[in-house]
Ligand binder design. Sequence first.
Ligand SMILES: Cc1cc2nc3c(=O)[nH]c(=O)nc-3n(C[C@H](O)[C@H](O)[C@H](O)COP(=O)(O)OP(=O)(O)OC[C@H]3O[C@@H](n4cnc5c(N)ncnc54)[C@H](O)[C@@H]3O)c2cc1C
Ligand code: FES
Length: 248
Amino acid sequence: MKVVPGEVLENRRLSQDFFLLKIGGDFPPAEPGQFAMVSVSSSLEPFLGRPFGIAMQERDALIFLVKIVGRGTAMLSRRRRGEKISLVTPLGKGFSPIQGRALLAGGGSGIVPLVFLASRLSGYTLVYGARTRREVFLDAFPHLQERAREVVVVTEDGSLGKKGLLTRHIPPGEFHMAYVSGPWAMMREFHRVYPGKAEFSLETRMACGFGACFGCAVKVMREGRERMVRACVEGPVFKGEEIIWTQG
Ligand SMILES: Cc1cc2nc3c(=O)[nH]c(=O)nc-3n(C[C@H](O)[C@H](O)[C@H](O)COP(=O)(O)OP(=O)(O)OC[C@H]3O[C@@H](n4cnc5c(N)ncnc54)[C@H](O)[C@@H]3O)c2cc1C
Ligand code: FES
């Protein structure tokens, strides 16, 4: 973990709510599933950065895909090319990629950590859920389709692929490992179908991002008993069987 100065190389609106942010800098190598704390403005206000999964790492750049949900993400969406921006990266523990048949399932901005993971795998099945076709960003990350054996798109309004919620289109449990990221209810359903062979990236609220505030505590089962752990240090990726699914 390191505070690294960066510079906005690209800030491109992909839809009404989503933008792709490319930040240049000399960043330490990250692993799929890890995240960065990004300073959203050029002033000290707001003081706290915001956590975002690393969508891709290039030689001198990190790429993020961000959904505008509040003040911080709205400020970040207005950052311009050439502006200075600092990051704390990489943070947390990521996925454990395996050899064998993998299922990648991402809903909404939950696709982000899977974009990075997909760059390290091949022959996987990708299930990608979004509200509408305008929020399916396969074109922004061509390797997602190029490295896949199969891509299943599910949109809530039926404007692309299958219609409905992603949970209605979970492939049967024929994979060696499932990597899942998205809304809690969706992940809980995947855990039911893939008990003992799935990893989940949790999006808890985070303040510091490096273990100091306990604001991100989640309940897990470890060594036979319930424990509160910091998602920013021990996660954000957890094995399905250790997450206490009733807390969501
Ligand atoms: C490890 C991690 C990785 C993440 N990766 C991404 C990513 O790749 N792309 C992306 O768009 N977002 C990601 N998020 C969520 C992102 O951090 C929040 O959306 C952002 O911090 C909101 O900041 P804000 O100031 O705009 O919203 P606020 O004004 O703080 O809140 C606006 C609304 O968003 C909700 N919200 C705030 N933080 C979170 C959160 N962590 N999870 C769920 N809801 C939240 C609030 O409850 C509120 O309803 C990630 C979160 C974590 C913890
Ligand atoms: S966000 Fe502060 S301890 Fe995790």
